[in-house]
Write a new protein. Structure first.
Length: 159
């Protein structure tokens, strides 16, 4: 057993690792994701990193991560994701709703909004982007996975 040092810390270096249970991955169901990619638009590094790791572990393919509306539109044009996970408050002058509206209007790319700012006024403003869903922050990876699976199902039914 490792003994605590004088300062109360363990002598060996602690290396945190991300881990998810089967329940956190939405039940571990096999869902075909071939040809489907997800673009993450999130300016909080830790949230983006957590989402990226969790979605990759759940078997999803990622198109990349953007931190601003401008970067999101540019990356979406070059990668053509199936859907976008879009935060509303982003770095820069434009917000996630502006980016989502442009992506839908000009390119037919739909979003799932992931935000702590989901009041009625915000939802009304975002309505024209035809969001596939809303995920309230803070969220679990299983909630995000479920929302994405539902979004993919909606897209399949509409095509």
């Amino acid at each position: 057993m490792t003994e605590p040092s004088q300062a109360g810390e363990f002598d060996r270096a602690f290396k945190p690792q991300l881990a998810w249970s089967r329940e956190e991955m939405g039940g571990g169901e096999a869902t075909p994701t071939a040809g489907r990619t997800i673009l993450i638009v999130e300016d909080d590094y830790l949230i983006a990193l957590d989402a990226e790791a969790g979605l990759t572990a759940a078997g999803f393919s990622l198109a990349g991560t953007a931190v601003s509306a401008e970067q999101a539109v540019s990356l979406a044009l070059s990668t053509r994701p199936t859907l976008v996970l879009m935060d509303i408050r982003l770095l820069g002058k434009r917000d996630g709703i502006d980016a989502a509206l442009e992506l839908y209007r000009d390119h037919g790319i739909r979003c799932i909004f992931t935000t702590a700012h989901g009041d009625q006024e915000v939802k009304l403003r975002a309505e024209a982007a035809r969001p596939l869903g809303w995920v309230q922050k803070p969220y679990s990876i299983s909630t995000l996975v479920d929302a994405i699976r539902t979004g993919f199902q909606q897209l399949e039914q509409q095509s």
